[in-house]
Design a protein around this ligand. Structure first.
Ligand SMILES: C[S@@+](CC[C@H](N)C(=O)[O-])C[C@H]1O[C@@H](n2cnc3c(N)ncnc32)[C@H](O)[C@@H]1O
Length: 407
């Protein structure tokens, strides 16, 4: 609707046509491939879309989808003929980032065979819906030295779609949702259905929140969300470690195992040597404090190995572990600033709200992913976290789709 034609008509007429076209969009049909628990579904429905087909192979996700939308999505897309997919105006797919290792040599349609992207292509090829919106992890862009993106782009363009020349990378925090989650979005419109030569999608500049309250959640806590005594003990120890240091900014992961060590590191990779050097230096410049600290905490012997590592990623924005958002990760205990949550991920590291000494609830994960309060969460808690970690952010989908539909 921002076409050059419309740019020439008076504003009120543009507005009228805009509203008219939005109304027109209220009757569009969409399909939801790799549907998960329906992040795309909710966004499309809110823009007037009707889901005519969904496909998903995870049985828990299938259950959640059915409970919420009454649609049986139990189809392995590789086994579904495109002839059996109903006609639609829009194809949505948050496809798994599968290796495109075979792709990229000739950049051709055949090269994508064997990847799930191929299944998207064959459905597009057959149905030619006006709009597409694909989503993937940010790494897709760098994958295989950029060739994966080129293959995807070229194949979609060859099928007749107008695609932004550069991948659109956007995180919910850029549109005011307190979660850092960079993802690639690939919107497209059939070239023969638009007069435009470029598909422009505006991505707001990265704006970080400044207050803790924006990231604060509904504050409701049940006993099972509370961190364990052990976790509290470990975090208390790291907080004390931090408080006693002669400087607060730690631009590298702290590896307590390196304190006081002097073994030769030459055989190790460069990055590791560098971290070790910095840790030993940190020890030397803070030795009295660190020695006292190690003695108090029994040389961290009661700590799980990964909890002897500590990543302070909050800069100077906060002074204490308890003021941050914390994750117990395989790489160590990570503390981030309180203004945004780290990307929710599929299974583990459910974020801990430091100042409430508890993990976020599945409902809060749903909120952070833009799912409405009416959304019925899978009763299996582990599955619920996994599902929201896997899902697309509803607000971001809506944000991109609204712009796409203006074309
Ligand atoms: C990144 S998730 C997409 C999540 C979804 N966008 C949402 O909002 O919940 C990818 C999904 O693709 C599903 N999947 C993987 N292979 C599939 C296949 N062959 N057919 C259908 N779904 C598949 C996975 O089970 C997973 O749920």
């Amino acid at each position: 609707m921002q076409s050059f034609q419309l740019n020439r008509v008076p504003k009120f007429v543009s507005l009228y046509i805009f509203v008219f076209q939005l109304q027109k969009m209220q009757h569009f049909k969409f399909i939801d491939l790799f549907a998960g628990i329906g992040g795309f579904h909710i966004a499309m429905q809110s823009l007037g879309g009707e889901c005519v087909f969904a496909s998903e192979i995870d049985r828990y996700a299938i259950d959640t989808y059915k409970t919420n939308f009454g649609i049986n999505a139990a189809f392995d897309i590789t086994q579904v003929s495109e002839h059996n997919v109903p006609p639609h105006d829009m194809l949505c797919a948050g496809f798994p980032c599968q290796a495109f290792s075979k792709a990229g040599k000739q950049n051709g349609f055949d090269d994508t065979r064997g990847t799930l992207f191929f299944d998207i292509l064959r459905i597009l090829n057959h149905h030619r819906p006006k709009y597409i919106l694909l989503e993937n992890v940010r790494n897709l862009v760098a994958h295989d030295k950029g060739r994966t993106w080129q293959v995807i782009h070229k194949n979609l363009v060859d099928l007749g779609y107008l695609i932004p020349s550069k991948p659109i990378i956007i995180s919910p925090h850029q549109i005011g949702v307190p979660q850092l989650r960079d993802r690639v979005f690939i919107p497209g419109i059939l070239k023969d259905q638009t007069k435009e030569k470029e598909l422009n999608i505006v991505v707001p500049k990265s704006k970080r929140n400044t207050t803790q309250s924006q990231a604060a959640t509904n504050g409701k806590s049940s006993a099972d969300l509370k961190i364990t005594d052990y976790e509290e003990y470990v975090l208390k120890a790291w907080d004390e470690f931090l408080q006693g240091l002669n400087h607060r900014v730690l631009g590298f992961p702290v590896w307590a195992a390196e304190f006081g060590q002097d073994y030769n590191t030459e055989q190790l990779p460069r990055w590791k040597q560098e971290f070790i050097r910095k840790n030993r230096e940190l020890y030397q410049t803070n030795q009295p404090h660190i020695d006292r600290w190690l003695t108090k905490y029994n040389n961290l012997k009661d700590f799980v190995a990964t909890h002897r590592k500590f990543e302070w990623q909050a800069g100077t924005s906060i002074q204490s572990v308890w003021d941050g958002i914390i994750q117990f990760r395989p790489s160590g205990i990570r503390v981030k600033r309180p203004t945004e949550f780290p990307a929710l991920v599929a299974m583990v590291h459910v974020p801990i709200i430091g100042w409430e000494k508890r993990r976020i609830s599945a409902r809060e994960a749903a909120n952070l992913q833009g799912f409405p309060t009416s959304y019925k969460i899978n009763p299996n808690k582990q599955q619920a976290y996994k599902q929201f970690g896997n899902s697309v952010n509803v607000d971001v989908v809506r944000y991109i789709a609204q712009q796409l539909f203006k074309h």
